[in-house]
Design a protein. Structure first.
Length: 185
């Protein structure tokens, strides 16, 4: 009986270790909500109180199903505060039905095909001698570089955004939270 208890305990520890090591992607909190690697980009984003403007814009642009798709996608997700920094009336104007094509262009400018976590971005930055050029889903270009210890993006208009939370893994990609909205030409 004693041997059985030790064997059961050892087996339990073994399975616990396997499950623990299998979860290489940790759950990160964004906007007061847990972001689960087992959920897709939309399922997680709707729970972040810091991304309500982004979620409303994604819905208005008709991009929900796209971002629930298989991907993988890398999304540079501006916070509500980032949208608030845009000139007065910009968000309201973009959310109008007649501006749906421009809204879609702005949002897809924040998305890159593939799963580029911070390690992958660092490799690309090193390979590019300090700057990595990314092609966005909208067809535009974003440049990623380091500014001290911070990862920053430069858009086609020269605007800059800092990655404030990186490597928020999703089942269909990865999110990096940014502090400014990047804009295409």
């Amino acid at each position: 009986m004693k041997t059985f208890k030790y064997a059961a305990a050892a087996l339990s520890m073994f399975f616990f270790c396997i499950v623990s090591f299998a979860q290489k992607e940790k759950t990160v909190e964004v906007g007061g909500a847990a972001m689960y690697p087992s959920k897709d980009i939309i399922e997680n984003a709707v729970n972040s109180k810091d991304h309500t403007t982004l979620v409303a814009a994604v819905k208005a642009a008709g991009l929900v199903e796209t971002l629930k798709g298989d991907g993988p996608f890398t999304v540079f997700a501006p916070t509500n505060a980032a949208f608030d920094m845009l000139p007065a009336g910009t968000v309201e104007s973009l959310l109008k039905a007649e501006n749906k094509p421009m809204l879609s262009k702005v949002l897809t400018y924040h998305v890159v095909a593939g799963r580029l976590d911070s390690k992958e971005l660092a490799k690309w930055i090193k390979k590019g001698n300090g700057t990595a050029e990314l092609s966005t889903v909208s067809g535009g270009k974003l440049w990623v570089m380091m500014n001290g210890k911070d990862v920053v993006l430069k858009d086609e208009k020269g605007g800059m955004a800092k990655v404030t939370i990186s490597d928020v893994y999703q089942k269909n990609g990865v999110i990096h939270v940014i502090d400014h909205v990047v804009m295409p030409k």
